[in-house]
Design a binder for this molecule. Structure first.
Ligand SMILES: [Zn+2]
Length: 129
């Protein structure tokens, strides 16, 4: 299960942020998982509970969003139909929903709780064949 190593590198990233913030520990870790990320949320939860300290994991399961090159509108891709619902063009590209990444970490800095944000991509996207 590759989620285990994904969560392990996620926690390394979290640890780094905690250190940067001079905090004691992460209390909340928020990740985004898209339908095309190749990552199974349930397995991430499981791996997290086995590897993590005491932080709460929050998973945002985001929809698969695409942008049409012809009419420039964004729409949700359903059932992997890669055609624009507005103009029927097939010239589309995915703008969201193909990644597993760290969104934010809430760090316990004694009595103050600060949220450190990161927009770094954690991993390369994995697309189904
Ligand atoms: Zn369109």
């Amino acid at each position: 299960m590759h989620e285990f190593s994904l969560v392990r590198s996620l926690l390394e990233q979290v640890e780094r942020i905690v250190t940067e913030q001079g905090g004691r520990a992460a209390v909340e870790v928020r990740v985004e998982i898209g339908p095309l990320s190749g990552v199974e949320p349930l397995l991430v939860k499981e791996a997290f509970s086995q590897l993590s300290v005491d932080a709460t994991l929050i998973i945002d399961e985001v929809p698969l969003m695409a942008r049409c090159h012809s009419c420039a509108r964004e729409f949700e891709l359903k059932d992997f139909r890669f055609a624009c619902p507005h103009c029927n063009s097939r010239e589309t590209s995915i703008v969201r929903g193909d990644t597993f990444r760290l969104m934010s970490v809430t760090v316990d800095i004694s009595d103050v709780v600060a949220a450190a944000r990161t927009s770094d991509e954690l991993l390369e996207t994995v697309s189904p064949s």
